[in-house]
Design a binder for this molecule. Structure first.
Ligand SMILES: [Fe+2]
Length: 272
């Protein structure tokens, strides 16, 4: 017992805040010189990692899909190599531009042996979940009934713990009208859980290569910039000329803040 604190009636010190960084839509290649929309995506991902290393310590790194543009085994091996010493704090879910089995094979120590590539871990008072919305061969995503059952079991356990979840496909429109139609199919079961379960505090997605935020009941839905290039809000303005970025969650007890951080400059503007 801390006699000084007991004697003075002071509150115990608050636990240190925890930081979770979300990086999304890497679209990297096995060969670093390859470009997508004229952007050397492997290089921009490396620049984001270097920026983070120079800027801020973090507790967890969550990658929310579209990790490998070519979905090749060698690209996931390259990703693993690039993550280096960050690997033991890294969690990942696939996007539409991913190969679930290649991902599972290369990240066997970070992924379930069978089934969807979900994750779950504790961060302070929080339970952090990853949902796998990948459907082979299509751009839009889906959560199958088994995974919704897994989510229910997670939300039903330890009722005092707030939950932060991650997945690739957003369940709400995010302002990229041509891509919003190719997002999470049948989003209502997930939205109902966000609306009805007070534990479900936030969901952070990728897919739209764009920052957005909205509310579903008492929960927030976020989308996060790509580490490669950013989409505009209309098909005829396909790209926004904004630098690569990522999202930071800071967990303070059962409260949190979230903000987007971008590299200081756009070095590789995307082009059609
Ligand atoms: Fe993407």
């Amino acid at each position: 017992m801390d006699l000084d604190a007991a004697g003075s009636g002071a509150n115990p010190p608050a636990p240190a805040p925890l930081t979770i960084l979300q990086l999304s839509d890497l679209h990297i290649f096995a060969v670093a010189s390859e470009r997508l929309a004229e952007v050397p995506t492997t290089r921009t991902f490396a620049e984001v990692l270097a920026f983070i290393d120079a800027q801020e310590p973090f507790d967890h790194l969550v990658l929310t899909g579209d990790l490998a543009q070519d979905e090749a085994l060698s690209t996931y091996e390259r990703l693993r190599e690039m993550l280096g010493p960050r690997l033991d704090r890294t969690w990942l879910v696939p996007g539409n531009h991913d190969d679930r089995e290649h991902l599972r094979r290369v990240f066997a120590d970070r992924a379930p042996a069978t089934g969807p590539l979900t994750f779950a871990f504790d961060a302070g008072e929080w339970r952090v979940l990853g949902l796998d919305t990948h459907v082979p061969g299509q751009v839009s995503g889906r959560l199958d009934p088994d995974q919704l059952g897994w989510l229910d079991a997670e939300l039903g356990a330890e009722p005092a713990r707030p939950c932060l979840a991650f997945c690739h496909h957003p369940p709400v429109p995010c302002g990229v009208n041509w891509l919003d139609r190719l997002s999470l199919e049948d989003p209502y079961p997930l939205l109902a859980r966000m609306r009805d379960n007070a534990r479900f505090r936030a969901l952070a997605c990728g897919h739209v290569h764009r920052e957005s935020e909205c509310r579903v009941g008492g929960a927030r839905v976020y989308t996060t910039p790509s580490t490669a290039f950013q989409f505009g809000d209309r098909r005829d303005t396909r790209y926004d000329l904004l630098p690569p970025g990522y999202r930071r969650f800071t967990l303070y007890g059962d409260e949190f803040t979230s903000e987007v951080i971008r590299l200081p400059e756009l070095r590789f503007p995307p082009r059609l």
